[in-house]
Design a protein around this ligand. Structure first.
Ligand code: FE
Length: 160
């Protein structure tokens, strides 16, 4: 009986953390968390503003908005792999857009800061703010648009 309950709990945890329809799912593993002073020392002012203060870079200003090289996008705070270039597309919004994240790499949190509900995307490893998720992504794939600040990402080319 105990083992059945354990398996059930595992399945529930797994679904809860992966399913974007459960935006309250907490970040899974914040093992890369640092003190505020440590983040300030590590990140430049703009990256700190986005990653640690949930700021937003100006549209069409980011390094990766029109960037379609093959490779991996990692968290600019902790280096965790977050997105792959195969899932990047041009949303026209002015920010990099992906139709899905690397499985388990990104967590979802409700955000009502603008007076209406949005789904905030945060790095599952360090809790850094990445951007927001909207449901106007490509219909032929996931329908999701992960709208991500370039400055929250660091790109590693497949050629490297
Ligand atoms: Fe991170």
């Amino acid at each position: 009986m105990k083992s059945i309950l354990f398996i059930f709990a595992c399945i529930c945890c797994s679904v809860y953390s992966q399913n974007p329809k459960t935006p309250n799912a907490p970040a899974k593993d914040l093992s890369c968390q640092k003190t505020d002073a440590e983040w300030k020392a590590q990140l430049d002012d703009n990256a700190y503003y986005v990653l640690r203060e949930a700021g937003t870079e100006r549209p069409f200003s980011g390094l990766y908005n029109n960037h379609y090289e093959q490779g991996l996008y990692k968290c600019a705070g902790c280096d965790a792999p977050l997105y792959v270039s195969d899932h990047k597309y041009d949303s026209g919004s002015g920010w990099p857009a992906f139709d899905r994240a690397v499985e388990g790499a990104v967590s979802y949190r409700k955000d009502n800061k603008l007076g209406y509900a949005r789904i905030e995307l945060i790095c599952s490893s360090c809790g850094g703010h990445l951007g927001h998720m909207f449901n106007d992504g490509p219909r032929q794939t996931t329908g999701q648009r992960h709208c991500i600040n370039s400055i929250a990402l660091s790109f590693v080319s497949d050629d490297e």
